[in-house]
Design a protein. Structure first.
Length: 275
C-alpha cells in the first residue's frame, strides 16, 4: 500500500523533544512518507536557559529551487513553528508549487500561549499567519492564537461555550476546519472542533503535569491519523490519548519533553495501530 508523502515545515531543535525532533519519527511511525523543510536550527528548545538559533529562510529558497528541478510533489503538509513573516512567504510558495492534486494542508499556528506571543513574534507575524491560514484545510490553534488571529481580546477564564464565539469569528477569516486545542473545563482538557458550520467536542482527563512540546506531538499524531482516514473527532481523541500516554511515561522533573519514544516503541512492538 502506498503511503502518503507529507511535508512538515518547522524548526529543528537539536536537543529537546519538540518540532521536527517529534514530528519526523511520529509521522513516520504512523505510516507517512515524511519529508522535512527546516525553518531554523536551534541548539535546543527554548525551555532551557540558553540557546542559539540559525534562521534558514535563505536556504529554504535554495531547497525549493532544487525540489522544483526534481519535480517533487507532496500529498499533505503540516506546518509548525515557522519563525518569521519571511518564512511564511516561503511556505505559501511551497503550498502553491509543490502540492499534488487534492493535497491537504494542516497548519498549527504555533506563535503564542497564555495570552502572549512567543518572544520571536510580533503583530507582523500574526498578520502573515492570518493570511496563510486562508490556504489551510485544517488549523490547530490554541485559545491565544485563535484570539490573535480573530482580533479578539484573550481572557484566561474563557469557557468552552464562550470560545465558540471566538471560533465563529475566526471562521470568517479562513475556510479551514478549526480545531481549538487545549481547552479546559472541570478536570478535563480537550478540543473544540468547528467544521462545516457544526461544533463538536472531544474531552479527556486533564493530567496534572505540563511539558514543552506537547502541542507539536499532538499535531503530528493528529495529522497522521486524519490523513489515514480518521474523522476530526477520532483523530483528536487518539492523538490526545497518545500525548497522555507520553506524559504518563515521563518523569515530572524532565525538561527535555515528553517520552514519546517509549509510547511509540511499546505500541509498535505491541502491534497496536495507534487508533
Amino acid at each position: 500500500m502506498l503511503s502518503k508523502r507529507i511535508l512538515t515545515i518547522q524548526d529543528l531543535s537539536c536537543v529537546g523533544r519538540c518540532s521536527l525532533i517529534v514530528a519526523l519519527p511520529v509521522l513516520s511511525a504512523y505510516g507517512m512518507e515524511t519529508c522535512v523543510l527546516p525553518t531554523a536550527v536551534l541548539s535546543n528548545h527554548t525551555a532551557f536557559d540558553k540557546w542559539s538559533c540559525l534562521d534558514l529562510t535563505y536556504e529554504m529558497k535554495n531547497i525549493l529551487a532544487a525540489w522544483q528541478e526534481n519535480g517533487f510533489l507532496f500529498d499533505a503538509f503540516l506546518t509548525g513553528y515557522l519563525g518569521s513573516a519571511g518564512v511564511v512567504d516561503v511556505v505559501k510558495t511551497c503550498f502553491s508549487d509543490f502540492s499534488n492534486e487534492s493535497a491537504e494542508i494542516i497548519i498549527d499556528p504555533a506563535f503564542g500561549d497564555n495570552g502572549r506571543l512567543y518572544p520571536a513574534y510580533d503583530g507582523e507575524y500574526v498578520t502573515a499567519m492570518a493570511d496563510l491560514i486562508k490556504s489551510a484545510d485544517i488549523i490547530l490553534p490554541n485559545l491565544t492564537e485563535a484570539c490573535f488571529l480573530a482580533g479578539i481580546e484573550y481572557r484566561s477564564d474563557t469557557s468552552p461555550e464562550s470560545a465558540k464565539e471566538i471560533v465563529k469569528r475566526l471562521a470568517e477569516y479562513t475556510p479551514a476546519a478549526i480545531v481549538l486545542t487545549g481547552m479546559e473545563r472541570a478536570g478535563e482538557i480537550g478540543e473544540l472542533i468547528y467544521s462545516g458550520g457544526v461544533f463538536s467536542e472531544v474531552w479527556a482527563e486533564k493530567l496534572p503535569r505540563r511539558f514543552h512540546g506537547t502541542g507539536d506531538l499532538f499535531a503530528a499524531a493528529f495529522a497522521a491519523l486524519y490523513l489515514q482516514g480518521s474523522g476530526l473527532e477520532k483523530a483528536c481523541a487518539s492523538a490526545g490519548d497518545f500525548v497522555a500516554a507520553g506524559i504518563n511515561a515521563t518523569d515530572s522533573s524532565c525538561i527535555y519533553g515528553v517520552n514519546f519514544e517509549y509510547v511509540l516503541n511499546s505500541r509498535v512492538n505491541g502491534n497496536r495501530c495507534f487508533t
